[in-house]
Ligand binder design. Structure first.
Ligand SMILES: [Zn+2]
Length: 596
């Protein structure tokens, strides 16, 4: 039964371990952890994960939930896909009979898996694949490497894969949507996209195959591109996938460094040589999504591009994206070989040394740009300044910026403030503007937040309960959900004359799931706000909080009295108007006292 599956998965996947695979978290009290929220831009952590409660919540943007909602939100998945991801993690066999647990995306994933197995099997034992096996041997690709990366061979034919998948029961249209076939230009029908190619399955961060890259194996000819890749599909979002990431992520975390190479073979050769913190960008500029994948594991990234980066706009753009995310970026120089694959073959040690010797991108730019100009010529000086200032402007860190301005000033023999003037003209400031914040963070009612904080404190630090219950009447809270929870809290406490959180939560009625989740979130919030609670601090917080809510309550009262007063006046009811006026002035002076 699917619900059993879900419960089983929940019991096997710990929310803290799960979140840790995506973002870096720090302990905050017993069994709680905090982090900068992955769902909104922030500098101080308001994202909390609780091991006891098995929930996560952000007090900045209000997002929160369990392991399923975390994976869905983090990866942009629908429930059925998130279920697969977590089932795999939990080692739980899913019961697929329930159609609700399959969707279009999981169907395309199945098609890709069958296709990969098909290509792989052909490479392993089909007689026609002998030249391909020879080719791999020549390139020193070992058998278990072929296995690990599920490398395959697409035979030189038009419909082999298509027919195989149809026999497996998949619809023609779905095979096309998985990116494996191409529509015939004339007539109807489809033909295989990959023909006579070495095929590299591309996997998402969980190891699910979502697309393919195919390297041409025949003689060089104009109509056959060296590489053919799957198109963007429902499951293959190229800007969120790095080749090899699923196999590299643990090593990246351990080494605290991600190495980005260009080609599939560079990546595979490096892994085979035991250097596993390596992923391939497949030759395009690194996207924000890809940088974020890396950032889950480390903030250090080193690029090994085949070309001179300073002259190559695609690699430069990728580096700038990494900077925006405040990553430490370096460049690996490949000396004496055309690419990492070749360098690894000359000796894994050489490749390791190249990685260790990686230069900071800025130093690399300086060497590269200044190496090409004659600084005695004004024109050269100007162009070098322009190029390098353009890059310095993109640095997110001010201190770093100043450092390189000084360096440039020395190198060009131009005063620093002249350079800084020019810099300010080209400057594009990174970082979040108010418009980028989620609307919930902007619109969040300050008073609801205060009320939530008080109720959370009452549950988390029961010694405060008598005072809160005594001085915070229900009507001071305007949010219905919060009122409802607080009502239950008052009733519970008044009945028992004592309070403990566990019993309270257990006593919440089954049908009131909202209050349960809400209670968990609010008490978690209190532990977040007050990691080591000092009774005096708590006392002050409660007093200020209640006073703020009371002020708001009195102000609202005043408005309503004012309305009644006007109404009475317009009806000519002077007695009533006077009575209201009296009430008004009494309350107004109370408000004044509160504001003192
Ligand atoms: Zn948030």
């Amino acid at each position: 039964m699917p619900t059993d599956n879900i419960e089983e998965i929940k019991s096997k996947v710990d929310v803290v371990d799960l979140v840790q695979e995506y973002i870096q978290i720090k302990p905050a009290g017993t069994n709680n952890f905090k982090a900068n929220c992955p769902f909104h831009h922030e500098k101080t952590p308001s994202f909390m994960v609780s091991r006891d409660k098995q929930i996560w919540h952000c007090f900045g943007c209000g997002e929160g939930g369990d392991i399923f909602s975390f994976v869905m939100k983090m990866e942009g998945l629908e429930f059925p896909e998130a279920l697969r991801v977590l089932a795999k993690k939990a080692g739980v066999e899913l019961q697929y009979r329930d159609p609700a647990l399959n969707n279009q995306k999981t169907k395309l994933q199945d098609i890709c898996r069958y296709a990969a197995e098909f290509y792989h099997k052909i490479l392993i034992d089909h007689p026609k694949a002998q030249p391909v096996r020879d080719y791999l041997k020549k390139r020193q690709v070992k058998d278990d490497t072929v296995e690990t990366w599920m490398i395959g061979f697409a035979p030189d034919a038009w419909e082999t894969l298509h027919d195989f998948l149809i026999k497996k029961g998949f619809a023609e249209e779905d095979i096309f949507l998985a990116g494996l076939t191409v529509k015939k230009e004339r007539g109807s029908g489809y033909y295989d996209r990959f023909r006579n190619r070495l095929v590299f399955p591309v996997r998402d961060p969980h190891g699910t195959i979502v697309g393919f890259g195919g390297r041409w194996l025949g003689p060089e000819k104009a109509e056959a591109a060296k590489y053919v890749n799957s198109p963007q599909t429902l499951i293959y979002d190229k800007s969120y996938i790095l080749y090899g990431y699923d196999l590299a992520k643990q090593a990246i975390k351990q080494e605290k460094l991600a190495v980005v190479v260009e080609g599939y073979m560079d990546c595979i050769a490096s892994h085979q040589a035991g250097v596993e913190n390596v992923v391939a960008s497949s030759g395009t500029a690194l996207t924000l999504g890809q940088v974020k994948l890396i950032k889950r594991m480390t903030t250090n990234v080193a690029f090994a591009f085949d070309q001179d980066i300073a002259g190559d706009t695609a690699s430069r753009r990728g580096i700038e994206v990494a900077w925006q995310e405040e990553m430490n970026t370096k460049v690996i120089r490949i000396a004496g070989a055309k690419d990492p694959d070749e360098l690894v073959k000359k000796g894994a040690e050489l490749w390791r040394q190249a990685i260790t010797g990686a230069q900071s991108v800025m130093d690399y730019y300086f060497t590269s740009v200044l190496g090409k100009v004659n600084l005695k010529k004004v024109e050269d000086k100007k162009s070098a300044a322009k190029t390098l200032l353009g890059v310095i402007a993109k640095l997110a860190d001010r201190i770093e910026q100043t450092h390189y301005l000084q360096k440039l000033s020395t190198a060009l023999n131009v005063p620093e403030d002249v350079l800084r003037d020019t810099l300010n003209k080209v400057k594009v400031r990174p970082g979040a503007s108010a418009a980028e914040l989620p609307p919930s963070a902007q619109l969040r009612d300050r008073f609801t937040t205060i009320g939530e904080s008080l109720v959370g404190m009452a549950m988390q630090f029961p010694s405060l309960l008598p005072k809160i219950v005594d001085q915070l009447p229900l009507e001071y809270l305007t949010d219905v959900k919060l009122q409802n929870l607080y009502k239950r809290l008052i009733v519970f406490y008044t009945e028992k004359q004592t309070f403990d959180y566990e019993t309270f939560v257990k006593a919440l009625p089954e049908e009131d799931k909202n209050s349960l989740t809400y209670a968990e979130i609010l008490s978690l919030r209190a532990t977040h706000d007050f990691p080591d609670p000092d009774p005096d601090v708590l006392d002050v917080e409660v007093r200020i909080g209640i006073r703020e809510l009371k002020k708001r309550h009195v102000q609202a009262e005043l408005k309503s009295i004012e309305r009644s007063m006007r109404q009475a006046e317009s009806k000519g009811d002077t007695v009533e108007a006077e009575a209201q006026g009296h009430k008004f002035s009494e309350l107004a002076s109370e408000l004044q006292r509160l504001e003192e």
